[in-house]
Design a protein around this ligand. Structure first.
Ligand SMILES: [Zn+2]
Length: 314
């Protein structure tokens, strides 16, 4: 597969708000702009956070904005054998080890280590990397082990289409959690490659995971996709938009009289696109507007600034 393919990969943990819908629209126009197709994947591996019925409402929201996707929607919860295979490959390379640390232990180890700038929140200091067999057996009795990737503190650069070159040191991140669930980073890399995804467009809160995923793709002998991390939507206080900010979902907005065509234009205008289309009385169906959006879109013109959304301004 050499043609472009983009994707949108939501987690069904809550209804979409404007920020999610805007990211989906970006992923779609990026794919279509490149002459490629677009797929949707539901990232439902963390069962403790999945809410029944949410995935169906999320897909309905995408369809209401006129988005169409290639093939059936793929659910990560049905693909665990693929992740097992990837894990086996990494094991055969001697790249997998057990970690017994609690969240608190990881925080404390990071606080003790160096204070180097890359030792940010969530960076694993390597506590369990070189334990002896006896130490492992003792610690295994305390709690179920997670599995980590031996990354050898590799420096990996990613050329992001919005943020430019982004370089980070890769830590020994988690491949499988202590509860047996496969980690986001592993599943994403395996699925993007298996599904022929060539471009990953997603919120820029995930920019820092791109070097990890690129490293993992290379370790598995997979081609890493290109990246475009698009700005988030914030509330007026500068926080990431959320339910607490009032009418932020498609259903909320519909109750305030914002129909699907108006919602589409609201998002398109926030992207600096379709500014000539009237916000007050949109008459064109979203399908037509979507084609116009793709025609107008220029990746080089994406702003790095977040969109600040004031629910009261509607
Ligand atoms: Zn550990």
């Amino acid at each position: 597969m050499t043609s472009a393919r983009g994707r949108f990969a939501p987690s069904p943990t809550g209804d979409f708000h404007l920020g999610n819908l805007r990211t989906a629209l970006y992923a779609y126009v990026f794919a279509r702009h490149a002459g490629g197709d677009f797929i949707v994947r539901v990232e439902d591996l963390d069962r403790s956070r999945v809410r029944p019925g949410v995935a169906e409402r999320q897909l309905a929201d995408l369809a209401a904005l006129g988005l169409t996707w290639q093939g059936p929607v793929v659910y990560q919860s049905q693909r665990e054998s693929l992740y097992e295979d990837a894990l086996a490959t990494l094991r055969s390379q001697g790249r997998v080890y057990e970690c017994y640390c609690s969240r608190r232990e990881i925080r404390e180890a990071v606080a003790e280590s160096l204070g180097a700038p890359h030792h940010a929140v969530g960076f694993y200091a390597g506590t369990c990397r070189e334990l002896s067999t006896a130490e492992r057996e003792a610690r295994r009795a305390e709690r179920p082990a997670a599995l980590r990737l031996r990354a050898d503190a590799a420096e990996v650069g990613v050329a992001d289409l919005v943020h430019g070159e982004y370089l980070a040191r890769v830590d020994d991140f988690i491949l499988r959690r202590g509860d047996g669930g496969f980690a986001y980073n592993l599943a994403v890399v395996v699925d993007d490659a298996a599904q022929g995804v060539t471009q990953v467009v997603r919120g820029d809160d995930l920019l820092e995971s791109a070097p990890r995923q690129t490293f993992l793709a290379r370790a598995l002998g997979l081609k890493a996709p290109s990246y475009a991390h698009v700005p988030l939507v914030l509330n007026p206080a500068g926080q990431r938009l959320a339910k607490r900010d009032g009418a932020v979902t498609r259903a909320d907005l519909a109750r305030q009289g914002v129909d699907d065509a108006a919602l589409f234009l609201l998002i398109a205008h926030s992207m600096g696109l379709l500014l000539d289309s009237g916000r007050d009385r949109p008459t064109a169906p979203t399908r037509v507007l979507l084609d116009a959006l793709v025609a107008e879109f220029q990746p080089a013109h994406i702003s790095r600034e977040p969109w600040v959304f004031r629910a009261a301004a509607l």
